[in-house]
Write a protein of this length. Structure first.
Length: 202
C-alpha cells in the first residue's frame, strides 16, 4: 500500500494530477459511477475517499468518507465547502473499519484497490459493514486483454503513476476475489483504457 505520507505530500495537487492521469475521462467516469447509485440508499461509505471524488457528489441520508491521509481529508473539506456538500469524514484504516456490522447500504472504492496487496482482507471488511443486499462499487485499474492498454498499464501507470505499488486483476480475477469474501459480482465494464467499473452485491 502506498504510505499516507505520500498522499500528504501531493494532496494539494491530487485533483489536477488525477485529471491528467485519467486522460480527460475524470468527469465521465464519475457520472458512470454515480449512475449505479441506488436512490433509496440511506447510508453510504466512501473508502479511501481522498479529496471527495465520490463522497462529495453522491446523495444519501448520510455519506461517510474514510481515508488515512489527513491532508487528503483537509482537501476534501475544502472541496465540500466549494461544492456545498457535507460528508462526514473519518481518519482511519480500511483494514479495520471503525463502523458497526451491516451499517451501510452502499460502499464506494475508487482508484485505490490496486494499492493493496492484501485486497481480500479489505474486501472482507467491506462485506462486514455492508447490509444484506447492499452493493459495492469499485472503479480501478484493470488487467485488460487489450494489448495496447496492457502496455500502458504496465509501463506508464506501473512505473510513473503508481511507483511500482500496483496489483491488478482480470475479469475472472475480480469475480474470484469477490466470491472469496462472500460478495457476488453483478457486473464489470471497462469504460476507458485499462480501467474497470465493478459492481458487487452482498
Amino acid at each position: 500500500m502506498t504510505p499516507p505520507a505520500f498522499f500528504d505530500k501531493i494532496a494539494d495537487f491530487y485533483d489536477p494530477l488525477t485529471h491528467l492521469y485519467m486522460f480527460g475521462t475524470y468527469e465521465a467516469v464519475r457520472r458512470r459511477i454515480l449512475k449505479l447509485h441506488r436512490s433509496d440508499s440511506q447510508e453510504v461509505l466512501d473508502i479511501c475517499c481522498g479529496t471527495g471524488y465520490v463522497s462529495n457528489r453522491v446523495i444519501a441520508g448520510q455519506v461517510v468518507g474514510i481515508d488515512l491521509s489527513m491532508k487528503m481529508l483537509r482537501s476534501n473539506q475544502h472541496n465540500q465547502r466549494r461544492d456545498g456538500r457535507g460528508a462526514r469524514l473519518v481518519n482511519g484504516s480500511v483494514r479495520v473499519l471503525p463502523f458497526r456490522d451491516e451499517q451501510f447500504d452502499e460502499v464506494y472504492f475508487t482508484l485505490a484497490a490496486h494499492e493493496f496487496r492484501d485486497l481480500a482482507y479489505v474486501l472482507a471488511e467491506v462485506r462486514r459493514v455492508l447490509r444484506p443486499g447492499g452493493q459495492l462499487i469499485i472503479y480501478d485499474l484493470f488487467e485488460t486483454p487489450n494489448p495496447l492498454f496492457k502496455l500502458i498499464l504496465h509501463t506508464f501507470y506501473y512505473y510513473l503513476v503508481e511507483q511500482r505499488c500496483m496489483w491488478v486483476y482480470t475479469r475472472d480475477g475480480w469475480r474470484a476475489l469477490l466470491e472469496q469474501v462472500g460478495l457476488r459480482m453483478e457486473g464489470l465494464e471497462a469504460p476507458y483504457g485499462p480501467s474497470a467499473l465493478v459492481r458487487a452485491v452482498k
